[in-house]
Design a protein around this ligand. Structure first.
Ligand SMILES: [Zn+2]
Length: 204
C-alpha cells in the first residue's frame, strides 16, 4: 500500500510526518507544491534523503477546473522543474480532459482510493481514523496532508494508522518515480564533461 502526503513541504508538519515514518520504518510519497519547495528547500531535501518518493502538485495549487489550461500547464511545468520525477497529483483531484491528456503524456497521474478527510476542520482525528480504517485495503493509496490546515487531525491520525499497519504487518512503499535517476557512480552526475563525451563516443 502507499501512504501519500499532499501540499508540503511544511516546516513543522513535514518533519512530523518524516519522524513518524522513520519510527515505524515505512516509506511514503509526497506531492509537493512548488511554492512550498522554494520556501522550505531544506525540508524538501530531507524528504529526498530519507528514501521517500515525491511528485508534482503544481506550482501554486490551482484547481484545473478554474485555472485556464495554459496557466495550469505552466504551473505544472514550473513545479516539474523542481520535482522532475514523472509523478503528478492534481490539487483537489480536479483536471479537465485536455489537461489530463497533456500531462498524461509526460507523467503518471496518481489519484487515491482512501481519503482520510484530514483537511476537513469539522472532523475530529478520531472520525478521520475510523473512516480510514474502514476503507483501507492491501494496495490502497491513502491521501493525507502535511499542511497547516490538516495538522491538528494528522497529529492524531498518523500515529494510529502507522501502528495499525505495523500490527497488520503491512508495508507502505514509496510510489516509484518514472523519470527520476538518482545520483550515483553510474548515473553520470559525478562525471566530468570529458568523461560523458567519452562515454557517448564509446557507445556510438
Ligand atoms: Zn493539494
Amino acid at each position: 500500500m502507499h501512504l501519500t502526503f499532499d501540499d508540503g513541504p511544511h516546516p513543522h508538519w513535514t518533519p512530523f510526518v518524516l519522524d513518524q515514518l522513520k519510527l515505524y520504518d515505512q516509506k511514503a510519497t509526497f506531492f509537493c507544491v512548488g511554492d512550498n519547495i522554494q520556501r522550505h528547500p531544506e525540508v524538501f531535501d530531507r524528504i529526498r534523503r530519507e528514501g521517500h518518493s515525491w511528485g508534482n502538485h503544481t506550482m501554486r495549487h490551482e484547481s484545473g477546473w478554474t485555472a485556464g489550461t495554459f496557466a495550469y500547464l505552466r504551473s505544472h511545468l514550473e513545479c516539474d522543474a523542481l520535482t522532475g520525477t514523472g509523478l503528478f497529483r492534481p490539487p483537489y483531484g480536479r483536471l479537465t480532459k485536455g489537461q489530463a491528456r497533456a500531462i498524461g503524456r509526460r507523467d503518471r497521474i496518481v489519484m487515491w482510493d482512501v481519503l482520510t478527510g484530514d483537511f476537513d476542520r469539522s472532523r475530529t482525528a478520531e472520525a478521520c481514523w475510523k473512516a480510514t480504517e474502514q476503507a483501507l485495503r492491501p494496495g490502497s493509496i491513502v491521501v493525507m496532508h502535511d499542511s497547516e490546515k490538516a495538522g491538528e487531525r494528522l497529529e492524531g491520525l498518523l500515529p494510529r494508522l502507522l501502528a495499525h499497519l505495523s500490527a497488520q504487518g503491512w508495508k507502505s512503499e514509496a510510489i516509484p518515480m518514472p523519470r527520476w535517476e538518482p545520483a550515483g557512480p553510474l548515473s553520470g552526475w559525478n562525471q566530468t564533461p570529458e568523461d560523458s563525451h567519452t562515454r557517448l563516443a564509446l557507445r556510438s
